[in-house]
Ligand binder design. Structure first.
Ligand SMILES: CC(C)(COP(=O)(O)OP(=O)(O)OC[C@H]1O[C@@H](n2cnc3c(N)ncnc32)[C@H](O)[C@@H]1OP(=O)(O)O)[C@@H](O)C(=O)NCCC(=O)NCCS
Length: 387
């Protein structure tokens, strides 16, 4: 069976909609419709795998932005992954994901949620946990606050409100303005802005479940602001589940009360090009080395078993990684298995815990340097869908 991978067009909508209704959720079809046809359509973002002229599989790439410490790099949030019944297990998603890296060559990091285990087969790691959430009955908007549904004219304000929380995270995957333009018209999600005496607040809610609203991306200047935004986002529901923001030191969501549910899921992340990401991370590694007080070595040698790099360090500043031969057992090398790269560069465990857990991480005489350069990181990730 041969297949063709190509950008989707509006004429694929019926076929894509049929598969979404069958394999994902019927209520997701309108989102596909307005991103595939009409003024918001962006040719190339949807990719289809066609078999004998039939749309057999597809996925959607949404460019987003990823900040790690002091550096920001382009990333990709992948959504709407589905293969038509009868065409599964033939490598169509593997081929689509390979094509995503060609269509979005600038995206150095990929993020995706859902389909347990599957994306691991494609090199993705469960690197950052989904935040915990609180379940509680809904409540009213506090006196003195008003709430309205956000529209395209609010995108700059929404981005500023998200930056207020995300600026406190070590790792932030952020909706770009283009991505907001795609999120706001969704009939399955409601984004609100609340205004009141403490300043503006916002929240997004998934509203396509009958029994409760799922509220996330809460940014508020005060507990009342959070109540206003959550009440507005969950309007019409009797129950609400609200996701925490791990980077929010004020724990605004926690002030709402309710029953806390520990997260049992995680975002999948993939580092597409280790050398390019290490190169981007240079200024951040320089900053971490300086903060550690450790004397700078001449270089950092990182061996990922399937590839190895030496990063020159001159006057404490990290240069561009150079490819070197493997020598995983060399005393001046740090060895890290390639399926832990996203954990190491982006995740909350940090080098120390990863080293304790994984015997094939080998640090030898570079242990303290390794721990200083790759500390535990707090992530705040935004994807299209409710986490
Ligand atoms: C899961 C799904 C996207 C896989 O698509 P696919 O086109 O069959 O995937 P591929 O054939 O490209 O599979 C790639 C690899 O993953 C494996 N794989 C496929 N489905 C898998 C699954 N559900 N779990 C684990 N591995 C799976 C394949 O065997 C293949 O392995 P290999 O390349 O090492 O041999 C498809 O089955 C689907 O649309 N399922 C319904 C959607 C769904 O499950 N949604 C969950 C709610 S979000």
């Amino acid at each position: 069976m041969s297949h063709v991978i190509r950008p989707a067009t509006a004429s694929d909508l019926d076929a894509i909609g049929e598969v979404i209704a069958e394999q994902l959720e019927p209520e997701d079809v309108p989102e596909a419709a307005y991103t595939l046809e009409g003024p918001l359509a962006r040719p190339g973002d949807w990719l289809v795998a066609e078999v004998d002229g039939e749309v057999a599989a597809f996925c959607l790439g949404c460019p987003c932005s990823a900040r790690v410490g002091s550096v920001t790099m382009p990333a990709l949030n992948i959504e709407f992954v589905a293969t038509k019944k009868g065409f599964e297990g033939r490598g169509l998603q593997r081929a689509l994901f390979a094509a995503l890296s060609e269509v979005f060559p600038d995206a150095l990091l990929h993020m995706i949620t859902g389909i347990a285990y599957f994306y691991r087969r494609l090199g993705y790691e469960y690197a950052i946990p989904v935040p915990d959430r609180w379940s509680l009955p809904t409540f009213g908007v506090p006196d003195g606050w008003s709430v309205r549904t956000a529209d395209a004219g609010d995108i700059a304000q929404l981005m500023a409100l998200q930056a207020r929380v995300q600026d406190r995270a070590d790792v932030a995957f952020t909706h770009t303005a283009d991505q907001w333009a795609w999120l706001l018209p969704s009939p399955n999600y409601r984004t609100v802005i609340a205004e009141g005496p403490d300043g503006p607040a916002m929240a997004r809610a998934y509203t396509a479940d009958a029994d409760r609203a799922w509220v996330f991306e809460v940014s508020a200047p005060s507990p009342d602001g959070a109540r206003a935004a959550v009440a507005g986002a969950a309007e019409g529901f009797e129950r609400v589940d609200v996701y925490e923001r791990p980077a929010d030191r004020d724990d605004i969501v926690g002030t709402l009360g309710g029953d806390r549910h520990k997260s049992s899921y995680a975002y999948y992340l993939k580092v597409l090009d280790i050398a390019a990401v290490l190169s981007e991370l240079g200024p951040e590694l320089t900053r971490r080395l300086a903060a550690s007080g450790i004397e700078a070595p001449e270089s950092l040698k990182l061996d990922f078993y399937t590839s190895a790099f030496e990063i020159p360090i001159s006057d404490g500043e990290f240069g561009d990684p150079q490819v070197i031969d493997h020598a995983t057992y060399a005393a001046d090398r740090i060895a890290v298995p390639p399926d832990l790269v996203a954990h190491l560069l982006l995740g909350p465990l940090g080098a120390e815990v990863l080293d304790e857990r994984h015997p094939d991480i080998r640090t030898r005489e570079r242990g303290s340097l390794f721990r200083a350069l790759f500390p535990p990181l707090v992530g705040d990730l935004h994807s299209w869908i409710v986490p």
